[in-house]
Design a protein around this ligand. Structure first.
Ligand code: FIX
Ligand code: ZN
Length: 421
């Protein structure tokens, strides 16, 4: 025992740096080793709005979808590319995708790009794009109350080894008054006040969709005004149906907190904004439900530090991703540095939130360009030799095993989805 500690001491004081595998890297070698390891490691993309090919037109891909992405709508498309230099994260993204396929990036028209994408078959294109992005698995966002999507699931979906489902609950938890009738129409004894057996019936609904989708987690995006505890239908369903079902099915609940929906309705999907949330709601949930795991991403820059502090207080809380308006390289760097300083490697740094398939290429390229090299240079300067093995272990943990350990990703898909992989 004492011997072990001593060796660790030696290791930590760097007097006789003993690397796990391979020699301690010189400061000059560290950044290229980080780059290599990031490039060579296949990531898990824990939150996207992509759909497996079996969902047909629900899955967006190709140049026209890239250019009508709601981020760009909000940046007024035409003035962006031709009359202005495409310097924003979203416009640079489109340029990066064209370059990735060796397509011209300075043409005033889309003819060549359209021709290229029209020639692709989706199955091989998906494989190629995910390989280019260095992503092995993407987690979808699946809404059982979306009539178009639900129809596909009810027909039975052949699973795809690179796509996993996530059971999205916004319509149930954020808009029950408009959607309870759909459940009632499917034979679940629920009512507008979610009284009586409603919570138990919603729980039954969730278990039924668990069987169908084999989701790796359940998820909801919540407004900046979200409060818990508070006597509302939403909170009663959250407590009695959703969190109960998550415990029963051993699934984490993903909370994405801080959106202000439709502040400019004229912009439709592009009309959402951000608000600083009171994260005491999260504090109360983590404390009141220690048997539930919470995967949390917050939209407001001001909430990022609080989330890190809460993650140090609650082992059932896992921060993930730089969500939406946070997904800009300068902010990703700031958030990730803060998380490493406060949480070490016990968080999930990023997700793409891709809505169009090819977006994973530039969103993960941006992430790979932004992270980590400084972390190891500082450790080495402080006297602990850094090896390639250290970097590989940490990168694997940050971009794969934390997500796998916290979600249902390691569980093989079974039932209707198990046929065709
Ligand atoms: O709630 C969410 O999952 C958000 O990511 C989306 O609603 C949002 O529109 C988006 O695409 C962000 O990147
Ligand atoms: Zn999203």
């Amino acid at each position: 025992m004492v011997q072990g500690m001593r060796t660790a001491l030696f290791k930590s004081t760097g007097q006789v740096p003993v690397s796990r595998d391979g020699e301690p890297l010189t400061d000059g070698q560290i950044s290229s080793a980080v780059e290599d390891v990031l490039a060579a490691t296949q990531f898990v993309d824990i939150h996207t709005h992509l759909f497996a090919p079996a969902f047909g037109k629900l899955g967006l891909w190709g140049i026209d979808e890239l250019l009508t992405y709601h981020y760009l709508e909000a940046e007024f498309f035409r003035s962006l590319f031709v009359e202005n230099t495409p310097v924003s994260e979203a416009t640079r993204g489109v340029v990066a995708v064209l370059k990735a396929f060796q397509l011209p990036t300075d043409r005033p028209d889309l003819a060549e790009a359209r021709c290229f994408f029209e020639a692709q078959s989706i199955e091989s294109h998906v494989r190629r794009v995910l390989q280019m992005a260095g992503v092995s698995i993407v987690v979808m966002t699946n809404d059982p109350l979306d009539p178009e999507e639900a129809a596909v699931w009810l027909k039975g979906v052949a699973d795809h080894r690179q796509y996993r489902a996530a059971l999205r609950l916004d319509r149930i938890l954020c808009n029950w008054s408009s959607h309870w009738q759909v459940l009632a129409g499917q034979g679940y004894r629920v009512d507008e006040r979610a009284s009586g057996k409603s919570a138990a019936e919603v729980r039954r609904f969730l278990v039924d969709w668990y069987e169908r989708m084999q989701p790796v987690y359940m998820a909801v995006s919540l407004p900046d005004t979200f409060e818990y505890p508070q006597e509302t239908v939403a909170n009663r369903l959250l407590k009695e149906a959703v969190l109960a079902a998550c415990r029963e099915l051993d699934l984490p609940l993903s909370l994405m907190i801080g959106v202000r929906k439709r502040v400019n309705p004229a912009l439709r999907l592009a009309g959402d904004a951000v608000g600083r949330a009171d994260l005491r709601a999260l504090e109360n949930l983590c404390r009141e439900f220690p048997a539930n795991r919470f995967l949390v991403s917050v939209l407001s820059r001001e909430n990022q530090h609080e989330l890190c502090v809460y993650a140090r207080k609650f082992s059932n809380l896992m921060p993930f991703g730089c969500w939406w308006f946070m997904n800009n390289p300068s902010i990703v760097e700031e958030i990730t540095r803060e998380r490493i300083e406060m949480l070490g490697t016990s968080f999930i740094p990023q997700h793409s939130d891709a809505r169009v398939l090819e977006q994973v290429i530039y969103k993960w390229n941006n992430t790979r360009r932004t992270l980590l090299s400084d972390t190891y240079r500082l450790l080495s300067e402080d006297g602990r030799g850094v090896t390639r093995g250290d970097i590989q272990r940490d990168v694997t943990r940050l971009f794969r095993s934390n997500a796998e350990a916290w979600t249902n990703l390691r569980a093989p898909v079974s039932g209707s989805q198990a046929q065709s992989s």
